[in-house]
Design a protein around this ligand. Structure first.
Ligand code: ADP
Ligand code: MG
Length: 409
């Protein structure tokens, strides 16, 4: 199975996120080369995971070049370098196709140059009949002094968190994963800090793995922090628990989900649980109002209500060292691929029948269908229920069974 990074690597330059001006320069260079102009070697440099290698490859694909590529792992010696560069001196390879030479991570390659290699490159820069692209982390690296005067340089910057979020949403959509909360994606995108590779890898790990794996995603500190704040909220009985919540770096939407999931685990009396949920509902209302009206002053109320407000409803709590339950959003992400495929297939069948979106099918309708089947089976018998599901909802037996056996959150 290819990784998300491989599977969703950009094929054209326009598919890259961020660096619009830089990408447009590459597109212009491509056009100039196609028009027969000679362009100096292009050096793309910038932080890791911003798409430098991907851009070099997309440049080659878009312009129909065959790639001759060197990277730090396969650089050997000047003689081999010379040999492999032979087609570059003629602009076409043996079979007549146009070639491009790519030196990926030239800083790493050049630190292992043996005698003569720099000279070969200098000659290539001067005489090459084909385009040359180099990538590196830092233009000012001393190892790159030898090529500074010979290249067009393009600096790649980190894409914004928003751009990373929209790429991640895109990937989830193509994977058919429909009910991931925006808050979860936001957290991953922020953590990645402009490293798109890291963002996609985290997303993939999160989608494919058990909740425990979140630990390895660097959410460990977050989790410890989250648990500490939840402890404060569920045991303090005081308004002051809001200070702990505010002081923490935990995303407030996410925190609300944690509280939502865990009130019944810590509060002893049913009345307290009910009161706590009433307060939380109010908090959520202010939250929605803030986003709807763009007046973020409302968040003051929702932050206080979900933390201090919930604490005040507490007349006696359950002492436990058990970990808190993950919000079901995250647990959804931890379902297996096979499960997700079922969910997707079912949601696609039912969405046009019930006239609601797929998310609503999963969260609202599947639990209802489960109840319906359970109750129906005792009255009409299993077989009749299956027939009914097939006839009315076009669901096969496996799909009906899947709905019936699925644990509700
Ligand atoms: N700007 C971007 N737009 C879309 N995908 C990206 C971008 N940057 C990185 N990626 C994804 O991350 C993977 C690794 O990026 P890569 O080009 O190797 O980064 P770099 O060479 O800058 O370290 C790519 O294959 C692609 O899937
Ligand atoms: Mg790279």
């Amino acid at each position: 199975m290819p990784s998300f990074c491989e599977k969703y690597a950009p094929i054209t330059l326009n598919m890259l996120i961020g660096n619009r001006i830089q990408i447009n320069r590459l597109i212009d260079y491509g056009a100039a080369i196609q028009a027969g102009k000679k362009i100096r070697p292009i050096l793309i440099y910038g932080p890791s995971g911003t798409g430098k290698t991907a851009a070099a490859h997309a440049f080659a694909y878009s312009n129909g070049f065959e790639i001759i590529e060197f990277d730090a792992s396969d650089y050997r010696d000047a003689e081999t370098l010379q040999k492999r560069l032979l087609p570059a001196t003629t602009s076409r390879n043996l079979f007549g196709s146009k070639v491009i030479v790519i030196f990926d991570e030239i800083d790493e390659i050049s630190s292992r140059f043996d005698r003569g290699a720099e000279g070969i490159l200098a000659k290539l820069f001067r005489d090459a009949k084909c385009p040359v692209i180099l990538t590196a982390n830092d233009y000012w690296d001393r190892r790159l002094v030898f090529l500074r005067d010979h290249v067009e340089r393009i600096e790649f910057k980190k894409p914004s968190a928003n751009e990373v979020v929209s790429l991640m949403c895109d990937v989830l959509k193509k994977e058919g994963i429909i009910s991931v909360e925006k808050a979860t994606i936001d957290i991953l995108a922020n953590r990645a800090n402009g490293d798109v590779r890291a963002a996609l890898n985290d997303l993939e790990a999160m989608v494919d793995a058990s909740p425990e794996l979140l630990d390895n995603l660097g959410m460990r500190d977050r989790k410890v922090e989250t648990f500490a704040v939840l402890d404060k909220i569920f045991t303090s009985k005081k308004l002051a628990s809001r200070n702990a919540a505010l002081a923490s770096g935990i995303d407030k939407d996410m925190l609300m989900k944690w509280i939502d999931q865990n009130i019944p685990i810590r509060y002893l009396s049913k009345k307290d649980v009910a009161n706590a949920y009433a307060v939380l509902a109010l908090a959520s209302k202010f939250n929605n109002k803030a986003t709807r009206t763009n007046y973020y002053g409302y968040l003051r109320y929702s932050n206080d209500l979900m933390s201090g407000g919930v604490s005040l409803q507490n007349t006696g709590y359950i002492s436990t060292m058990n970990p808190y339950l993950f919000p079901s959003v995250i647990r959804y992400l931890s379902t297996t691929k096979a499960e997700r495929q079922y969910i997707k297939a079912i949601a696609e069948k039912l969405s046009p029948i019930f006239h609601v979106n797929r998310k609503e099918i999963v969260n609202g309708y599947m639990p209802l269908l489960k109840l319906m089947m359970e109750n129906g089976a005792s009255v009409q018998g299993e077989d009749n229920v299956l027939l009914f599901m097939e006839k009315n909802f076009n669901l096969e037996k496996e799909e009906a069974d899947f709905i019936k056996d699925r644990k509700s959150d």
